[in-house]
Design a protein around this ligand. Structure first.
Ligand code: ADP
Ligand code: MG
Length: 253
């Protein structure tokens, strides 16, 4: 049975999309069946796996707001075993339109239930907010993966996120677990990065992944080519570390 993991942090630019795309494609690369669900209206995960806007007739918006059959939005990607449910800018309206709909928090959960068994992993890339889209993702998920950027104020805002996780656990999804905290964009040349690692480990203890994602220029170039790192530059440090993370996620159950 598929495990659904939400990648969430309401801070922008911490590596959510980079992690969703590259963890997802590395899991696919090691033979898992993976679905990537883009619920950020910016659609960076969608374009990151090579889907062009012009090729998207229907997106996750139609599923969440208009009850379109989820089968109609599934797309193949340039990675074998990796499928995607795309998002478009249309999704920007969903946050408000969903407010007045019935069962507004469980729409994504219902949609994914039908196809969950086909996949080993379903990864959901969240927008940088704690609104209804992120709530839908957390409600649909078995676990949440929190990317934390190795910079000043790394822990800032995390209490809000954890509070939202607790509320969802209490009212919408008792099974939701914290999958892990992923340190991203480490610049190992600075003391700051090492201090942040210490601080985050003190707070989250064994929830912190052993794999730490360093800053890697190839990781930042890959999206503009519409390719996950495992295709764009499989020999790069970025590809290596996301493969390590994929293996860590698999062995941690
Ligand atoms: P989020 O989805 O949380 O907003 P992104 O994954 O889009 O964050 O990352 C923000 C920016 O940082 C992007 O331009 C991305 O290419 C870049 N980036 C992310 N991770 C790394 C990394 N490990 N090394 C270098 N650049 C990175
Ligand atoms: Mg993003």
């Amino acid at each position: 049975m598929g495990k659904i993991i939400t990648v969430a942090n309401q801070k922008g630019g911490v590596g959510k999309t980079t992690t969703s795309v590259n963890l997802g494609s590395c899991l696919a690369y090691i033979g898992k069946n993976v679905l990537l669900v883009d619920i950020d209206p910016q659609g960076n995960a969608t374009s990151g796996v090579g889907i062009e806007k012009a090729d998207v007739d229907y997106c996750i918006y139609d599923v969440l707001v208009d009850d379109l059959d989820v089968e109609k939005v599934l797309k193949n990607t340039n990675v074998e075993n990796l499928h995607v449910i795309p998002s478009t800018i249309q999704l920007a309206g969903a946050e408000i339109e969903l407010v007045s709909t019935i069962s507004r928090e469980i729409r994504l959960k219902r949609a994914l239930e039908k196809i969950k068994d086909r996949y080993d992993y379903i990864l959901i890339d969240c927008p940088p907010s704690l609104g209804l889209l992120t709530i839908n993702a957390l409600t649909a998920s078995d676990a949440v993966l929190i990317p934390v950027q190795c910079e000043y104020y790394a822990l800032e805002g995390l209490s809000q996120l954890l509070n939202t996780v607790r509320l969802v656990q209490k009212h919408l999804n008792h099974e939701l677990a914290i999958e892990g905290v992923l340190l991203t964009m480490l610049d190992a040349r600075t003391n700051l990065g090492l201090q942040v690692i210490e601080e985050v480990k003190k707070y989250f203890r064994d929830k912190v992944y052993k794999t730490i994602i360093p800053r890697n220029i190839r990781l930042s170039e890959a999206p503009s080519h519409g390719e996950p790192i495992i295709i764009y530059d499989p020999k790069s440090r970025g590809a290596e570390v996301y493969l390590d993370l994929a293996k860590e996620v698999v062995t941690s159950g």
